[in-house]
Design a protein around this ligand. Sequence first.
Ligand SMILES: [Fe+2]
Length: 135
Amino acid sequence: MPFLQWSDEFSVNVREIDEQHKRLVGMINTLHEALVAGRGKETQGKIITEMVDYATVHFSTEEKYMRIYSFPGHAVHKAEHDGFVGKAADLKARVDGKGFVLTINVLNFLKDWLQNHILVTDKQYSSYFNSCGLR
Ligand SMILES: [Fe+2]
């Protein structure tokens, strides 16, 4: 069983966004495997950097659709993304520094944030986007 298991419950009914979410879930699992296998700091840092960069790409996809379709919750949603980007930038900076140690706490934070963000915040645009013809 992966650290974070994708299920249909996570679907926001927009194919492109579901695919991006699946990729983020996969990246968190890859990072967890690296921790469990005791892979080196360099490998872990590489995965973290890739994941943080991809999260930024993903957020801009969602924000693009919120803008195009004038989603009423855009500002609140974007603020949540920005909060994560701030924390992720800290994490990235620590990875680049000397004393960084990846812990299960970091992984739990990433897992809980993504899970909660998809299930609570992303779900709020799901039917709105669908009604605009985005699937
Ligand atoms: Fe989002």
